[in-house]
Design a protein. Sequence first.
Length: 252
Amino acid sequence: MTKKIIQYLERIEAERNIKILLACETGSRAWGFPSPDSDFDIRIIYVHTKDWYLSLNEKKDSIELMFENNDIDITGWDLRKSLRLLQKSNPPLLERIQSPIIYKCDKTFVADINKIAYSQYSRIATIHHYLSMAKKFLEELKQHDEFKLKKFFYALRSATACKWILEKEELPPIVFQEMIQGLEIDQQLIDRINELINLKATISESYMHSGEIELINFIETCINQANDKRNTLPSSHGTLEELDTFFLTTLS
């Protein structure tokens, strides 16, 4: 599938006259808990030629495409839109620039945007995103005795990201196992998480699961702590000038 993905990326570049600065995997494959039938969620950051930006008209600054019977989802944001989102510490953007699965990239761009992401990082903005996600997925889990393991991991990862943001100054890592290994979590819970990751790697996304009271309690604890402490977290120390300079440098 990798070869097909790269071919589609090259076709998109040629047809739209853009340069892809980063094309990477996100979602469960990048998070580290895919199922055998998980889709390929490809996210891109791309740049147009200089002339494209010299217009009073607001042009479409995103791409949404599906291939291979919707198994390959390629969506992305233009460079300017990406940097505006970076200023807001947009978590999906912060995740994709850390992705361990890269199909195409400008290595200098990826290294530089990760440096800028740290200075622009707002812990309070980021925790609000993950807290909202954790609450949403936990509520879905509690509606029925059985639940999709996929949704369970969404709740677990979002809640753990909240714990990370409360306790550390670094960006929450995209790879879930890196996140749990970097936090003080009961070893029995970590062992059970790893067992579930191994299980998910063998079953389809339609598989229904039940139980996991200890981990659900952990999710609730993370949510409660985030609720109590989120407003004490700092905002970004980055500047718009820093992003402007990076934008112009990348265009040149």
